[in-house]
Design a binder for this molecule. Structure first.
Ligand code: ADP
Ligand code: MG
Length: 575
């Protein structure tokens, strides 16, 4: 929590105003019962109407001060907390955007969402309370005790007893509630995770009739959260009436024992009334602090989770801003590269060595899970290698600024990802300043023109979130156009032709051939027909290279390749 206070810096004056105002408010409140005692003791008993009116007006004045300072104080407290939360969310988002994929794998997307929304709100709420109570509560408690004892020292024991019982009750309950509040935050994470999966995977869930299963899974997470919340708030529910009861019992005790003292002439009615109000103020201050202490651990759990995001060591950072001297434009080289994902026991790829040069197509083929996507993800340095070296343009990718490195690469991910907006906007993701002409050209090469031109708004046609208003093959072609428009040195197509029919696939590759004469091309594919003509085919199995060469050579030397081919082509085609 303390670490986050740096976010309060821009609001330090507002926060100071809040503290000053609540202090003014509290002190005024402390003064009011004394004035009332005056009215009763001197005005009423002494039949002094002028004094009653005069003191009454002063009381009215102080009440006004209390009201105004409360309202303005609250306003500034809210503004401070809300501004604080906005800055915090902004910094969280900026930080997360600089994460490498490894950090995403570590925390998980669902938790990132909860942390930047719900957790920030928790902190914001507590901040309002801290600002308006942190100083007010102690002033009111201590001031109230002092004033009470000043009005009638004879009842000291009563004040002590009331406070003592109250503190014990609160402590007993707080100790039970705190751990529960801490675990609530984790359970919200779980609900978010299941909810996200249920919403994004809705098509799969329908197709496999898993509605019931998913509903049950959600119910499980939801009930778990509910039960913990109920357990926590049950204690809070006990707390409030208990405190109210203590309040009432104390008041009765004050009147009882105070009345005896009035009867014995040891004090008078006005002082007794003031005393009663002071005791109430003290108890109220204690209740306020309790609420703060109950909410504080929950917020500090949230703060911890937020800090984890902000303090995360980013595994991929730029060593320099200087673009290094390159020796071999467009070359990509792997030198004995191994890589393991975060938390994985086995490396996803091991001991990979290969060289790709401009004008060449390097195809990567292999069963699912053999590490094809992993291999190509290392070229734009989405992850850092565990062992070995990846070189682009003859330079270790770690020696490039990330921007400069990725500028050289046109990457089409296996998992299609389009942004909501228009087609043109999505293509321009590849090159911000691309002209309409360049956008059209890229779409043309990607064989997307045939359907884009038919759309009513052409390249300005809308793209829904995730591109759901286009078919799989259409989306793939838009993603390809997005990479093409960059005209990069290195192209990476991760299984980008799988949703295309054979005819479009062939047409697309013919069109691209002209486009990519001088580029280095990586094609990850499932179909032998897609990779057959590549200059180099790399056969992956279980993260290892089991064959490397041209189609014809591999047919003779590599059994894994032969099996893949056999499963797809007729014998004549093989030859
Ligand atoms: P392919 O593209 O050949 O189908 P991948 O490269 O996607 O295979 O995956 C290779 C292996 O790495 C698989 O065993 C997969 O389970 C694992 N893997 C892929 N992505 C991740 C990830 N983000 N975290 C942990 N393991 C992963
Ligand atoms: Mg893959």
């Amino acid at each position: 929590m303390r670490k986050l206070f740096r976010f309060l810096k821009p609001y330090k004056w507002q926060a100071l105003i809040v503290v000053v105002l609540t202090t003014v408010q509290t002190l005024s409140q402390l003064y009011l019962p004394t004035l009332m005692a005056d009215i009763v003791n001197k005005g009423v008993v002494g039949q002094d109407i002028a004094l009653i009116i005069q003191t009454g007006l002063i009381m009215l004045g102080f009440t006004l001060i209390v009201t105004v300072s409360t309202i303005v104080g609250r306003l500034f407290a809210t503004r401070t907390a809300v501004g604080f939360a906005r800055d915090l969310r902004r910094d969280i988002f900026a930080k997360v955007e600089s994460y490498s994929l490894r950090e995403f794998d570590k925390i998980g997307t669902a938790s990132l969402v909860t942390r930047s929304t719900n957790d920030v709100t928790q902190i914001q709420n507590v901040l309002v309370m801290i600002l308006s109570m942190l100083l007010a509560a102690p002033i009111m408690a201590i001031g109230g005790i002092v004033m009470a004892l000043r009005t009638d020292a004879g009842l000291t024991w009563l004040v002590g007893a009331a406070i003592g019982v109250m503190v014990i009750v609160i402590l007993v309950i707080a100790l039970r509630v705190l751990p529960l509040f801490k675990s609530i935050q984790k359970k919200i994470d779980r609900v978010n995770l299941v909810l996200r999966e249920g919403l994004t995977g809705i098509r799969v869930i329908r197709a496999f009739n898993k509605n019931k299963y998913e509903t049950k899974r959600f119910d499980g997470a939801n009930k778990d959260l509910t039960n913990t919340s109920i357990a926590a708030y049950r204690w809070m529910g006990v707390l409030m009436p208990t405190i109210m009861m203590l309040f009432s019992v104390s008041m009765v005790a004050v009147v009882w024992f105070g009345g005896l003292r009035v009867g014995a002439g040891q004090t008078n009615v006005g002082d007794l009334m003031a005393f009663q109000q002071y005791v109430m103020q003290v108890m109220f201050a204690i209740v306020m602090s309790t609420m703060l202490f109950v909410m504080l651990p929950r917020a500090s759990a949230s703060a911890e989770r937020v800090n984890e995001i902000l303090d995360m060591d980013i595994s991929i950072v730029d060593k320099t801003d200087i673009i290094p001297e390159t020796t071999c434009k467009g070359c990509v080289e792997f030198k004995d590269v191994s890589f393991s994902y975060f938390g994985a026991q086995e490396p996803a790829i091991k001991g990979i060595s290969l060289t790709a040069k401009p004008g060449e197509v390097t195809a990567i083929i292999g069963g699912t899970g053999s590490g094809k996507s992993t291999l190509v993800k290392l070229i734009p340095r989405f992850y850092d290698v565990t062992k070995g070296q990846v070189l682009v343009d003859g330079v270790d990718v770690k020696d490039f600024p990330q921007l400069a490195l990725r500028e050289r690469i046109g990457y089409v991910p296996q998992k299609i990802n389009l942004m909501s907006g228009t087609i043109a906007k999505n293509v321009r993701y590849g090159k911000e300043d691309a002209s309409d002409e360049q956008v059209r050209e890229a779409l043309q090469t990607a064989q997307a023109s045939e359907f884009v031109d038919e759309l009513l708004d052409g390249i300005e046609s809308a793209v829904a979130q995730g591109g759901t208003n286009y078919s799989g093959g259409q989306k793939q072609r838009l993603c390809i156009a997005r990479a093409l428009v960059r005209k990069p040195e290195v192209y990476i197509f991760d299984d980008s032709f799988s949703a295309l029919d054979f005819k479009t696939d062939a047409k697309l590759r013919r069109a691209m051939k002209g486009e990519m004469k001088d580029a280095t091309v990586f094609i990850v594919a499932q179909r032998v027909s897609t990779v057959m003509n590549a200059e180099r085919i790399i056969v992956l199995d279980d993260g290892k290279v089991v064959g490397q060469g041209k189609h014809k050579e591999l047919l003779k030397t590599c059994t894994t390749y032969k099996e893949i081919v056999k499963s797809q082509l007729s014998l004549e085609e093989m030859a």
